[in-house]
Design a protein around this ligand. Structure first.
Ligand code: FES
Ligand code: CO
Length: 358
């Protein structure tokens, strides 16, 4: 599936950037193939515009924020770095420095504005009117949990590949054999899958290697521990990995696999823990998940990002029992496309020219 060719994804909120990244001025991002610029408005709220000035097409992300007097500041309106045309969060040009102050600015002078809001420390963007809410993450506001912003980085793969990998119990003994995978136990445990309108819940108990260096992470000292996992998939590209160790420690990872274009995604990863810094330092938790995350990234970047969701086409990829959650993700995506009158677009597709088709 080529995500940039499926308009329905424009109607979902996507986590695009930690708010801290915007403290020093506008930043560019490519979402679903569309170049956008993010900045903080006068109220300190994130805003997103098409990254293209309507004067001579310069990227607005080359510019900076200005206050109402036109002075540079950390948040406010965004000023183009080429000739200084200045835009508010609605995309309207509100100031042209070359004009006399009382000269009217044409309302035609504007660029596209997108839905943009702050949640869980990130700027979220929907390119068109959103049809679903941002997934609920109750731990963010729960004092029992601490929030650790783990990873924000680009992967050369697709959200579909990252998602199916998230629920794939068969890869631990191989991809993660140097970390938590148990090489001697390649047979995966089964998930109990319960579907809902926006995705599914997936519960299972797995075995995980627990060497001494992981004892503070798990709160367990046995060489092999169990992980009770209550995971969830949220349409279209988000997931929850909720691990409970026998110690009662919860290690909850939220991921948005934000689609950049048809070959890349942005990994946005939050970690929530119900222990304290004294129990296990945040840096140790980042290092622990970093090692595992490098293992996944390396193998996923070797796959074809154009993961097919239409399972009726045989002979391109084969599946086994443990791919069931991945097949369920495909089913939900196919249903979403069908509901919005879209067919899956993929790279191997034979495109019949219109004239020939008629
Ligand atoms: Fe932006 Fe000229 S190109 S002000
Ligand atoms: Co993995």
């Amino acid at each position: 599936m080529l995500v940039t060719q499926q308009p329905v994804f424009r109607k979902f909120w996507h986590a695009v950037m930690p708010l801290t990244e915007l403290a020093n001025g506008p930043k560019p991002f490519r979402l679903l193939g569309e170049d956008i610029v993010l900045f903080l408005d006068a109220d300190g709220q994130p805003a997103a515009l098409r990254d293209r000035c309507c004067h001579r097409t310069a990227k607005l992300s080359k510019g900076w924020c200005v206050d109402t007097d036109g002075k540079a500041c950390g948040s406010g309106a965004i000023q183009c770095g080429y000739h200084g045309w200045t835009y508010d969060r609605s995309g309207q040009v509100i100031r042209i420095p070359q004009y006399e102050p009382d000269r009217r600015i044409s309302p035609d002078y504007k660029t596209t504005a997108y839905h943009c809001t702050a949640r869980y420390g990130y700027a979220w963007v929907a390119l068109e009117d959103p049809i679903a809410d941002i997934p609920a993450v109750p731990e963010f506001d729960d004092p029992v949990y601490r929030t650790i912003f783990q990873f924000y980085e680009t992967w050369n793969t697709s959200p579909m590949r990252a998602l199916e990998n998230s629920f794939d119990n068969s890869h631990f003994s191989f991809v993660h054999r140097a970390t938590f995978g148990v090489a001697a136990s390649p047979k995966p445990s089964r998930y109990n899958l319960v579907e809902n309108e926006g995705g599914f819940h997936a519960e299972t108990v797995i075995e995980a290697a627990n060497p001494a260096k992981f004892h503070a992470i798990s709160g367990v000292t046995d060489p092999i521990t169990t992980r009770h996992m209550r995971n969830a998939y949220f349409l279209p590209f988000a997931r929850r990995l909720d691990i409970e160790y026998p110690s009662g420690i919860r290690h909850i990872i939220i991921n948005c696999f934000t689609p950049i274009d048809d070959g890349r995604m942005q990994l946005c990863q939050w970690l929530f823990r119900n222990d304290s810094e004294a129990d296990c330092a945040a840096q140790m938790l980042i290092d622990f998940d970093d090692e595992i995350t490098r293992e996944d990234k390396d193998i996923l970047e070797s796959t074809d990002p154009d993961a097919l969701v239409d399972t009726r086409r045989r002979g391109v990829e084969y599946s086994m029992e443990s791919d069931k959650p991945g097949m369920l993700i495909r089913k939900h995506l196919m249903q979403l496309l069908a509901k919005h009158g879209e067919a899956e677009v993929h790279r191997g597709m034979k495109v019949i020219p219109l004239a020939q088709a008629a």
